[in-house]
Write a protein that binds this ligand. Structure first.
Ligand code: HEM
Length: 439
């Protein structure tokens, strides 16, 4: 007797997700420097899985002109390095690109500054990003979320990235910077082009290309940075000496607490950091969380049935999403890490995404579990001076997004292939086609 066909559950996703460890990849096949390996959403996790087990402080060779780096994939090592900026500095830059002193002088932002100057720069806007200050945006955020969702959900089938996650974070930043609504499209475009500098769909000039050499003095070697600088300078000129409480007014009307005023480069790079740091990252956090909920419909139901789970769920979403794969430090002296001899000047790369799947910290790390307690993720860094300035904002955006979204939908399924950003730096989703059934 043949068995009757299994009925298709209302939530059956196109691509099913099995929460098991990824298939290990032989150590010899691993290449974290190859952006192409980061396109399928599987290979990076396979590489991290093997590295954590077999070689947690791994020497990763790179193509010329880069010199290779130490890849740290365990949670404990990542946190230890974050907490020791004396030995592992950010001031030789935090991406894989190797820059000389003249590039550092013009491209440095607070992210690439250590010590007192870093503290002074951070303090300029620190108060604007505390959980209490951010809570003031709650009402605005809820209104923006509701409008974004109502417009998107009315379409039935749509690209979740384009219609929901892409514009949402930048609209919030636009409000904090007090830029006119009609300019937000420009900000989105700049963010895509700058951070997407290894993805041909986004970049004007690919980072690896010889052509990028003429833009070596610009952040991310992206010509779009010049447009951001022009825009920021124009805003600064308008705001200087005014009564504004927006981020730009605060930047131009305060002297950092070390008494050294912001130079033009300081201002340009600060402004650019604000435009790019919170935009792509939060967008991808929202998209990854949506994808995780689609692939784990029982988790979606659970969360929708009990929205008090949301604060925990947001932390699990952040762990799961890991929108920033890595940041880099540089050793300031010869030292030892995990039994390996690290030399002064070596690049040391913290693979936050891998730390977020570390079995030593997370039980069943490959399960997406909205009830997981004390989610000790390293998505925003951890315990170091560069811990993400915008973490409270990102958390609030995620919380409000899913508090507003879940009650509006009865069902959501994938309606096509998920496309990812080609980058070993940003763990990004650029297309997430979905079909929703309204509640
Ligand atoms: C889910 C979203 C976000 C993620 C995953 C993220 C991730 C990170 C990470 C990993 C760092 C470096 C931490 C370290 O090296 O210790 C960082 C720094 C930073 N982030 Fe975020 N971020 C997010 C959202 C935001 C938002 C909304 C803003 C607001 C503008 C922001 C602004 C910054 C700034 C200014 C820094 C530099 C802090 C410093 O150097 O002291 N980020 N972020």
């Amino acid at each position: 007797m043949s068995t009757p066909p299994t009925p298709i559950a209302a939530h059956t996703p196109i691509a099913t997700h099995t929460p098991v460890a990824p298939e290990p990849m032989p150590l010899a096949d691993i290449d974290l420097a190859d952006n192409d390996r980061f396109l399928d959403g599987e290979t990076p996790w396979r590489m991290f899985h093997t590295l954590r087990r077999e070689d947690p402080v791994h020497w990763q060779p790179e193509k010329e002109p880069n010199s290779g780096f130490w890849a740290l994939t365990r949670h404990a090592d990542i946190v230890a390095v974050e907490r020791d900026p004396q030995t592992f500095t950010s001031s030789r830059f935090t991406n894989l690109e190797e820059v000389d002193d003249s590039q550092i002088a013009v491209r440095r932002s607070m992210l690439e500054t250590d010590g007192l100057r870093h503290t002074a720069l951070r303090k300029l806007l620190h108060k604007q990003f505390t959980p209490r200050a951010i809570a003031d945006y709650g009402t605005f955020l809820r209104g923006l979320t509701a409008t974004t969702l109502d417009n998107a959900l009315a379409k039935g089938t749509f690209d979740f990235v384009r219609e929901v996650s892409a514009d949402f974070p930048i609209n919030v930043l636009a409000r904090m910077l007090d830029v006119p609504d009609e300019d937000t499209e420009k900000l989105i475009d700049w963010g895509n082009r700058i951070i997407g500098n290894t993805d041909p769909d986004y970049a004007d000039v690919l980072l690896e290309s010889a052509e990028s050499e003429q833009y070596r003095d610009l952040p991310f070697r992206s010509p779009a940075s010049l447009e951001v600088f022009d825009y920021g300078r124009e805003m600064a000129a308008k705001r200087r000496g005014g009564q504004g409480t927006d981020l730009v007014s605060r930047l131009v009307d305060q002297v950092p607490c070390d008494g050294v005023p912001l130079s033009q480069h300081d201002f340009d790079n600060y402004f650019l950091l604000l435009v790019v740091a919170g935009n792509e990252t939060t967008r991808h956090a929202i998209s990854h969380s949506m994808l995780a909920l689609i692939r784990n419909p029982e988790q979606l139901d659970r969360l929708r049935d009990d929205l008090t789970l949301m604060p925990n769920a947001v932390e699990e979403c952040l762990r799961w999403a890991s929108p920033v794969y890595h940041f880099r430090r540089t050793a300031t002296r010869d030292t030892e890490l995990g039994g390996k001899r690290v030399r002064e000047g070596d690049k040391v790369v913290l693979w936050f995404a891998s730390g977020n799947r570390d079995e030593a910290v997370f039980e069943n790390p490959y399960d997406f579990d909205v009830t997981r307690k004390k989610v000790d993720h390293v998505t925003f860094g951890k315990g170091g001076p560069h811990f993400c300035l915008g973490s409270a904002l990102a958390r609030l955006e995620l919380r409000i997004m899913f508090e507003e979204l879940l009650p509006r939908i009865a069902d959501i399924t994938l309606a096509g292939d998920v496309r990812r950003v080609r980058s070993n730096f940003v763990n990004g989703i650029k297309e997430l086609p979905v079909t929703i059934t309204p509640a």
